[in-house]
Design a protein around this ligand. Structure first.
Ligand code: DI6
Ligand code: FE
Length: 395
């Protein structure tokens, strides 16, 4: 079956920057981009169906490379407590925070986990998201960690979206447990079982004063290495614990949050080719004041990605467009850096070489926008200019 041609498009290829092509066409063959460029489409594609973008902007489908969208319950009460003056860390220490979502997630049925996540996923899809990463980490017991990952895989079967899973057993110490015992007796065996069931694409951890230290995370990463799974890490969100350096030593795909990273951490990420994933939704929600070292990332040429961190506590955010705006306004990214952060660099943060840009040989995951310039995607607040989303060549 021949494919089709999307013509009369202003194409942001995201090759090196916006990589704009005016009056361009994208040839889509069996779910893949066969050709993209300006001017006349090569004669090989004569006779293929043509669909005009009518001059609209076409970008790669957006990629949300850091989410926790599978969870039970909500944390509106914690939101109120913070407004009354409690800090995120205080709430976590007093049994609220992550641990309270753990109780709600364990109590939720598989159907409830999937249904809750679908609502959030649909909001993201409605904004042109075609690939999403989903983490476990609210089970903190063998069965619930696996149930979360199965729910994540199910999302990819229920919707036209690609789901990448990350095992985040090392997210928090469950109530009544010792961190070391939990890592060795629960987290690592659950990781092995999840891998055996084909549920894991990457391994993540939370390296933080309220969670795990570098030696505990290193034990999990050693098993990831043995299982040939890539790693990524929540690092330097609330303080500098050396997580970024650890991630770099293990050649991590990404180090995420990184507000408290320093110049030498940026240098280490550059050396290991690790992406810095910035999460302005969490920064905003917990009213963090330490801004990630964007200037150092630029100076060391560390690719920066942006993601929602969609979770019930520190980032109840299910808009990647708002995330673009926050990345610019709160972290002073340029709109071009922000868009790279949810396309080319987000793909890299997931270890996916087949998407995130518009070029021959890549997946035909595209978003067509009712805007004139790409900066409009980051500039508006609470407005969705998506015209059409294309997933695997399908409108
Ligand atoms: N960092 C975060 O921002 C989320 N997890 C993490 O490791 C917070 C998760 C939560 O508060 O439920
Ligand atoms: Fe997170």
């Amino acid at each position: 079956m021949p494919g089709w041609v999307l013509s009369d498009a202003r194409i942001a290829t995201m090759e090196g920057g916006y990589g704009l092509i005016e009056g361009g066409s994208v040839v889509i063959d069996d779910g893949w981009i066969a050709w993209a460029g300006a001017g006349t489409v090569p004669p090989d594609y004569d006779g293929w169906e043509r669909v005009s973008a009518e001059g609209r902007l076409v970008t790669p489908g957006l990629i949300d490379c850091h989410t926790h969208i599978v969870f039970g319950g909500h944390r509106a009460r914690e939101f109120e407590l913070r407004l009354e003056g409690a800090s995120y860390e205080q709430i976590a220490r007093e049994g609220g925070g992550i641990v309270s979502t753990v109780a709600a997630t364990r109590a939720a049925s598989d159907a409830a986990l999937i249904d809750g996540a679908l609502g959030r996923l649909d909001a993201l899809i409605g904004e042109g998201v075609t690939t999403i990463e989903v983490k476990s980490g609210y089970g903190l017991d063998h069965e619930t960690e696996l149930r979360m990952l199965r729910a994540a895989r199910e999302l990819g079967r229920r919707r036209a979206v690609e789901v990448c899973t990350s095992f985040l057993g090392a997210h928090a110490v469950p109530a009544g447990a010792q961190a070391d015992d939990y890592i060795d007796e629960v987290c690592i065996p659950a990781l092995r079982a999840a891998k055996a069931e084909g549920l894991v694409d990457a391994v993540d951890g939370f390296c933080e004063g309220i969670a795990f230290d570098t030696s505990q995370i290193a034990r999990v990463f050693d098993v990831a290495r043995e299982l040939q799974l890539p790693v990524k890490l929540h690092a330097e969100q609330l303080c500098n614990m050396g997580g970024t350096q650890l991630a770099a030593r293990y050649g991590a795909l990404s180090a995420d949050h990184v507000e408290y990273a320093m110049d030498e951490d940026a240098a280490a990420l550059a050396k290991s080719g690790t992406v810095a994933v910035l999460l302005p939704g969490a920064f905003y929600t917990i009213r963090e004041t330490q801004v990630p070292p964007v200037a150092a990332f630029r100076a060391h040429r560390v690719p920066m990605a942006l993601a929602t961190d969609c979770n019930p506590g520190s980032s109840p955010l299910s808009s990647l467009l708002l995330t673009l705006n926050m990345g610019c306004t709160l972290f002073r990214l340029t709109p071009e850096e922000a868009l790279l952060g949810v396309t080319a660099h987000a793909a890299r943060a997931l270890g996916l070489a087949d998407r995130g840009r518009i070029a021959p040989g890549l997946r035909a995951d595209l978003a067509i926008w009712d805007v004139e310039t790409p900066a409009e995607l980051a500039y508006r607040i609470g407005f969705n200019p998506l015209h059409v989303r294309i997933f695997g060549g399908e409108r």
